[in-house]
Design a binder for this molecule. Structure first.
Ligand code: SF4
Length: 214
């Protein structure tokens, strides 16, 4: 990312962090993913249970490997290979009472709202309530000017790309565009807009000056 983009990232991230604070959420900005990974790992308390939620941002950062390597930290990982669907569901249930949840957000608005769309709902549910701490790793590519733009970004970009990634037989995989299908394997079932939180700083948004995830 060139110097001018970095400058834009820093200015916009500062504005978003101020707005997150007004909503009783915490935010911080880090220029690159390598440093952000180290800072996120440092936020995890010794002996914590950590719930892994679906996030290509975290995958791209190598975050899960870093957390799995931490002694005294138990990673609740429903994405382990070889799990049956029932085992995956059970781990998702366990994750709801983890000490820490880590994910990204599908979009973040300039005024500090977090916009997400889930298929199963475990990620948006845990973001709202359950784990004591929520850490979200968010590339600056996910910044949207307002709520309408955020919803559009999620519906018309993030969701179709995720469908393509999963290799699902939904219409958006063919066209690249959402047709608001009613397919049984539709991954767009639960919208969540987090406007703030009663538990101050439970949610920490780590903004990162790179394009990460979808
Ligand atoms: S609603 Fe259906 S068509 Fe639209 S993005 Fe989701 S899965 Fe694809």
């Amino acid at each position: 990312m060139d110097q001018h983009q970095q400058e834009w990232n820093e200015k916009v991230a500062a504005k978003i962090i101020k707005n997150l604070e007004k909503r009783r959420m915490a935010g911080s900005y880090t220029v690159d993913a390598v440093q952000a990974k180290a800072e996120i790992v440092d936020m995890i308390p010794h002996g914590a249970t950590v719930f892994r939620c679906g996030s290509m941002t975290a995958v791209g950062m190598g975050l899960w490997e870093a957390i799995a390597a931490l002694p005294e930290v138990k990673l609740i990982d429903p994405y382990l290979s070889g799990l049956s669907p029932e085992e995956g569901l059970e781990l998702r249930r366990q994750g709801m009472t983890a000490d820490v949840m880590i994910a990204s957000t599908n979009a973040i608005t300039l005024d500090g709202r977090l916009v997400n769309l889930d298929g199963m709902g475990n990620r948006v549910a845990a973001m709202a309530f359950g784990p004591k701490k929520v850490i979200l790793a968010v590339g600056m590519n996910k910044v949207a000017s307002d709520l309408e733009t955020a919803v559009s970004r999620v519906k018309h970009y993030a969701a179709p790309v995720n469908n393509i990634r999963y290799g699902l037989k939904n219409p958006c995989v063919e066209t690249g565009l959402c047709s608001d299908c009613r397919a049984p394997q539709r991954i767009c079932n639960m919208w969540s807009t987090i406007e703030g939180h009663m538990i101050k700083d439970r949610i920490h948004v780590k903004l990162i000056g790179e394009n990460l995830g979808y």
